[in-house]
Design a protein around this ligand. Structure first.
Ligand code: 1CP
Length: 345
């Protein structure tokens, strides 16, 4: 059952809705796992990444770690975007220090026909983790649910692993456009079922990660990605949705027209220009260069304050422009978080 405890800190929700807030809220993409030794200790105990993702008690524990240790204004459920291909019929392995690997990939129309449309029940381990985490958070901060954007999921399903260029996935777009749309449509339907289940389980916000947006041309992006993100935004209207499309600087104007509350910016997207392109209505999230956190404390503080001033006092959720890198010291992350929390306009 959904836990209905009032939120003690709802800054992020209010900022996403465009309401005025006492200060700018802050969280970090990829804050759970990666940087915290406390995460690695739990992962060690579990034996592997997938075991961790599939056990709600441990997923709950590592989801809450950054709230306790870093003092962020939101938790993000510990899972991965690749649970969707798996639920549709493509099993993945998470290879130590290499990343994801799919034994089977999509090569033809019959491969696409063999995939199922994922239903809520296929991902009950994630919704169970959300319910448990909501109850354990006890209203301290909101819980963010998430999914990959259909194009980014498509890219892994065709490629079978990470890639710098995802040229196999792009080749499929050029050589099999009809089949590409069939697959993107199946992923979109699965993602909507999955996100609806996350909402029902108690997520307070949703983020869509289009990590490989930037490798498409503007025309391809409109046709093969934005169209499907638009369908998801039109289906998930119960709570604020954030769309983060890494590298899609060319689509900012179009993103301004999506039926979502917040647009995530990466660090290449100039803040004032993004506001002009996206328009006055959306909340913006981001967008510090993750590498700033390699700098000294004084520089981190100064640059973070500059960023806050450029975004202005409202309709901003502070974050990095992409996920925090695994080798960043946690005190540097804390410096970024504390600078945002102490800053007043
Ligand atoms: O060794 C480990 O413990 C595995 C490392 C790891 C972790 C901690 C992976 C493998 N996934 C995750 C969790 C994860 N992934 C979260 C949970 C919460 C958090 O970290 O805060 C989230 C939100 C994701 C999202 C995700 N997974 C994205 C989108 C965001 C982004 O960074 O662009 C992507 C592209 C993935 C795929 C993935 N999962 C893991 C890796 C190494 C990758 C990237 C593979 C590649 O190189 O393409």
């Amino acid at each position: 059952m959904q836990v209905n405890i009032p939120l003690q800190n709802d800054l992020i929700i209010r900022a996403a809705k465009g309401e005025k807030t006492e200060r700018t809220p802050v969280w970090l993409m990829r804050q759970a796992g990666r940087i915290l030794p406390e995460y690695r200790a739990v992962r060690e105990k579990m034996g592997g990444f997938k075991e961790l993702v599939k056990s709600p008690e441990f997923a709950c524990e590592v989801t809450i770690q950054p709230v306790d240790i870093l003092g962020v204004d939101a938790a993000i459920i510990f899972s991965d975007i690749l649970v969707i291909p798996e639920a549709m019929g493509l099993n993945y392995e998470m290879v130590e220090s290499k990343g994801p690997w799919f034994e089977k990939t999509i090569k033809s129309r019959s491969d696409i026909d063999a995939l199922i449309i994922a239903q809520a029940d296929d991902l009950s381990y994630v919704t169970d983790a959300i319910k448990l985490t909501k109850s354990a958070l006890n209203g301290r901060v909101p819980l963010i649910g998430f999914a990959g954007a259909p194009w980014t999921i498509f890219a892994y399903m065709i490629e079978g692993k990470g890639s710098k260029t995802f040229s196999l996935a792009k080749k499929f777009l050029y050589t099999n456009p009809v089949e590409s749309h069939l697959l993107l449509d199946k992923i979109t339907q699965s993602t909507i079922n999955y996100l609806k289940a996350q909402v029902l389980a108690g997520a307070d916000m949703i983020q869509i990660f289009d990590s490989w947006a930037g490798i498409l041309s503007p025309e391809q992006y409109a046709q093969f990605s934005l169209k499907y993100i638009d369908a998801i935004c039109n289906a998930i209207t119960e709570l604020p949705v954030t769309v983060f499309a890494k590298g899609a600087f060319f689509a900012r104007k179009e993103m301004g027209a999506l039926n979502c509350a917040t647009i995530g910016l990466d660090w290449n997207m100039e803040i004032k220009e993004s506001r002009l392109l996206i328009g006055p209505n959306k909340t913006l999230q981001g967008n510090m260069d993750p590498c700033l956190l390699y700098a000294d404390f004084k520089t981190i503080k100064k640059e973070t304050e500059e960023m806050l001033k450029l975004f202005g006092p409202h309709k901003h959720i502070a974050n990095l422009g992409h996920g925090v890198y695994p080798d960043i010291e946690k005190d540097k992350v804390r410096c970024f978080v504390d600078t945002v929390k102490e800053f007043r306009f």
